[in-house]
Design a binder for this molecule. Structure first.
Ligand SMILES: Nc1ncnc2c1ncn2[C@@H]1O[C@H](COP(=O)(O)OP(=O)(O)OP(=O)(O)O)[C@@H](O)[C@H]1O
Ligand SMILES: [Mg+2]
Length: 261
């Protein structure tokens, strides 16, 4: 993977998001996965230990190649803290070794990672400063509308599997345009769209990973941050992030909780 990319992988349960991650990152040689559901144990080294030990193992990698999956705690507040620290660990591992790291965050629509208007502080740091690591971020979620707008607007490549729920199609239309939502509603299982907003490009891909069509995307709203957000980005401060995990969880309403699982 080239460096400092943000890739978002979204779509219905069981349609191939984690499989896409495995197929595309299996040869990445500095890979860290926040493995919420333990989906990547079979092709990584799973760090089945507590967070401090996970962090010290990551810090000890230096310039080595590694492919580590960190199972996340069940408890929401502990999960928020784990994601925060793992993002920072990925950043430090890249920066100190001067060697890029790819961080995968599975289930990014869980409220410990992101909600429609809140981003985990560690993830926010990677969005703002990840290019200095450099760190690539790959995030997955079932519902794009339940992921922070800041994250979706900063995402360079969207991998979009089928979505049928009208509410979530509306969220896709709102963030990536009507054409993306319409095409997403027609996708078969394991087929996906690759959308590159900066190039106004939408590509259809089949279950074997073969490109089947490509078009210029008619309308893409990349949701430019407001002037306040731009200012926050420059100063490194953000009202969007909460001072501690507990407040983050209590103050935000997670849209994903209201949806089917
Ligand atoms: N392109 C594909 N061709 C054949 N089988 C696939 C393909 N993609 C995924 N699968 C299989 O489908 C099943 C579900 O895929 P996967 O776990 O990637 O779904 P998911 O979108 O991550 O689901 P969830 O939202 O529950 O995490 C897995 O058994 C996987 O091996
Ligand atoms: Mg999955």
């Amino acid at each position: 993977m080239s460096t400092n990319l943000i890739v978002g992988v979204t779509g219905k349960r069981g349609h191939g998001k984690s499989e896409w991650v495995r197929r595309h990152l299996i040869s990445d040689n500095r890979l860290l996965i926040a493995d919420a559901l333990g989906e990547h144990r079979d092709w990584t080294t799973s760090l089945d230990c507590d967070l401090p030990e996970q962090l010290s193992i990551i810090a000890a990698q230096g310039k080595n190649a590694f492919r580590l999956a960190c199972p996340l705690p069940i408890d929401d507040e502990e999960k928020l803290i784990a994601i925060d620290y793992l993002c920072r660990a990925a950043y430090l591992a890249a920066r100190f070794a001067e060697a890029p790291v790819t961080l995968v965050i599975e289930e990014c629509d869980h409220r410990a990672a992101s909600t429609a208007n809140w981003t985990n502080p560690g993830l926010n740091l990677l969005i703002q400063y990840g290019r200095h690591g450099p760190v690539n971020v790959v995030w997955t979620a079932r519902y794009m509308g339940a992921v922070s707008r800041r994250l979706t607007s900063e995402t360079d490549i969207h991998i979009l599997f089928a979505v049928h729920e009208p509410r979530w199609l509306e969220a896709i239309a709102d963030r990536l345009g009507e054409q993306a939502a319409e095409e997403a509603s027609k996708l078969k299982r394991y087929h996906y769209l690759k959308i590159i907003p900066a190039q106004s490009l939408i590509i259809g891909v089949n279950a074997d990973g073969k490109e089947t069509w490509r078009q210029t995307l008619g309308f893409v709203e990349t949701a430019q941050p407001s002037s306040e957000e731009r200012l926050e980005d420059e100063t490194g401060e953000s009202e969007e992030t909460q001072p501690n995990g507990k407040e983050g969880l209590e103050d935000e309403t997670s849209e994903s909780e209201e949806t089917e699982s």
